[in-house]
Design a binder for this molecule. Structure first.
Ligand code: HEC
Length: 460
């Protein structure tokens, strides 16, 4: 993890910068479609590329779009959401920066879908459809090497409040193993708000039985020593086992960033556990049980560890002015940090809650050049991706990273949990992660810079 002295945050400086937009977007190229009578044969490749990663069995999309029958049944809806730009979800502005897995339809593709639907969504000769994707059900990313499940389903009360749990998920393997990434798959997707999981590694012989003890407990934000002993987490000699923080992560819409082989990853000993501290469920209106699981993907020993840090809430830099959102106001906040080392940024993750309206981050070098990082014109709580750059972005010593977050605490914000709007703050301590309180964070992953990093292809 990053030592805090790595960055030095300096005071609030308002900088007005004109940003020139980036290279042309390769996805926006106008496709050759003078096709005035498209059939499903023309539409299927668009759906397979942009929709079925989510609109298939077991994934987040509310219906499947794998077959002609699926698409025909939902044709009008498909037309509507593509015309409005609601789907595929991609909050980042593609005229500002590009990322791996960018999902954006070209104007020609949107037109083609419209024509197809208006013509009655004809089927055509579907034997001509090439390359129907084959997915692995149960993971966004493919077949995991191992899956660990909640041992006991976790009860969520339908009392309209947030719930925080600490959960222990034992991992027992035949031998010590390297892991490329963990994928948390929520059972209750609509309620899973935020998950932070740490990896606990037990050294040889230090833990006889990790299965005993409570597997879940409400997080009361108080006596963790008592809790860990009830959960049987400590070594048998009551010392603390080695813990790697933030190995498992989840936010609505999130899938783990996947870096080239050798970049990032973890070692797990054959006796380990994932400690979710914590898992945060948003309010539910009925009693439900959650059975989530973690997919584990093995890999080789990492050559270069990936680090993560954040500006803003709980981060290395102060928010200016203080994050206090006044009722009936739209307000903008700023945070900045100056680097004391050369780094290569791999992924960025802007984070706000329901009052978020827009987000913008960029860096300014000592010479005054601007490096665009990410712009989200319309914040969407449901889609909080870790955006991975096509190539690492070099940020040199002395460069300052800036993030601006705008929050809408008016009645016009349909997601505002308070009517009439009320004063909203970061709250106290971890409780500020409640859905109804706010956060303003700019999280990013990076490598210490090495010559040639700019050329590394992160899409592979
Ligand atoms: C990253 C995952 C993801 C991708 C990619 C995606 N969707 Fe969705 N889609 C969802 C989720 C989750 C919902 C439900 C939540 C919502 O409405 O925002 C949804 C909702 C919808 C709805 C609205 C359903 C309703 O009745 O309100 C339609 C229609 C839809 N998607 C079509 C598409 C189409 C067409 C594409 C591709 C062009 C696509 N989606 C791409 C995840 C995705």
């Amino acid at each position: 993890m990053l030592p805090c002295c790595f960055f030095h945050s300096i005071g609030f400086i308002l900088i007005v910068i004109s940003i020139t937009s980036c290279q042309n977007n390769s996805n926006n190229k106008t496709q050759t479609t003078n096709n005035s009578n498209p059939t499903f044969v023309d539409i299927a490749p668009i759906l397979f590329k942009n929709c079925t990663p989510c609109h298939r069995a077991g994934e987040s999309g509310p219906f499947e779009l794998m077959t002609y029958a699926d698409a025909k049944k939902n044709a009008n809806k498909i037309k509507f959401v593509t015309q409005t730009g609601y789907m595929p979800p991609w909050p980042a502005d593609i005229n500002y920066t590009h990322f791996v897995g960018e999902r954006k339809l070209s104007d020609a593709e949107i037109e083609l879908i419209k024509t197809w639907v208006q013509n009655g969504a004809p089927e055509g000769d579907i034997s001509k459809i090439e390359q129907v994707p084959v997915y692995y059900t149960g993971s966004f990313l493919g077949k995991p090497d191992t899956v660990i499940k909640f041992k006991d389903a976790v009860p969520i009360k339908g009392n309209g409040t947030d719930h925080f749990y600490v959960i222990k998920m034992p991992v027992q393997l035949a031998k010590d193993t390297f892991v490329r990434y963990f994928e948390f798959v929520p059972g209750q997707r609509k309620l899973a708000h935020h998950i932070n999981g740490h990896l606990i590694n037990y050294e040889n012989g230090k833990k006889k039985n990790i299965q005993n003890g409570l597997t879940y407990a409400l997080d009361e934000f108080s006596d963790y020593n008592a809790l860990y002993s009830q959960m049987n987490i400590l070594n048998d000699d009551t010392t603390f086992p080695a813990l790697t923080p933030n190995t498992v992560y989840y936010l609505p819409g999130y899938t783990p960033p996947v870096y080239p082989i050798g970049i990032g990853g973890y070692k797990i000993t054959k006796t380990s556990a994932i400690l979710l501290k914590n898992i945060h469920y948003g309010p539910s209106d009925k009693d439900v049980l959650d059975s989530s699981y973690i997919n584990i993907f093995y890999g080789p020993k990492p050559k270069r560890p990936v680090y993560e840090t954040q500006l803003g809430t709980f981060g290395i830099s102060k928010i200016e002015p203080e994050l206090v959102l006044h009722p009936n106001k739209i307000e903008t906040f700023h945070t900045q940090a100056t680097l004391h080392n050369d780094i290569s940024i791999l992924s960025v993750n802007p984070h706000m809650h329901l009052l978020g309206k827009s987000f913008w981050a960029f860096a300014v070098t000592q010479k005054g050049d601007t490096i665009p990082l990410i712009k989200i014109k319309k914040w969407d709580f449901k889609w909080q991706y870790y955006y991975t750059y096509l190539h690492p972005v070099k940020i040199s010593t002395g460069t300052t990273i800036h993030a601006y977050g705008t929050f809408d605490n008016t009645d016009k914000n349909p997601l505002n949990p308070n009517h009439p709007p009320k004063l909203v703050t970061q709250g106290e301590g971890l409780k500020s992660m409640q859905t109804t309180e706010e956060m303003f964070q700019f999280i990013f992953t990076y490598l210490p810079y090495q010559t040639g990093d700019e050329k590394m292809d992160l899409s592979k």
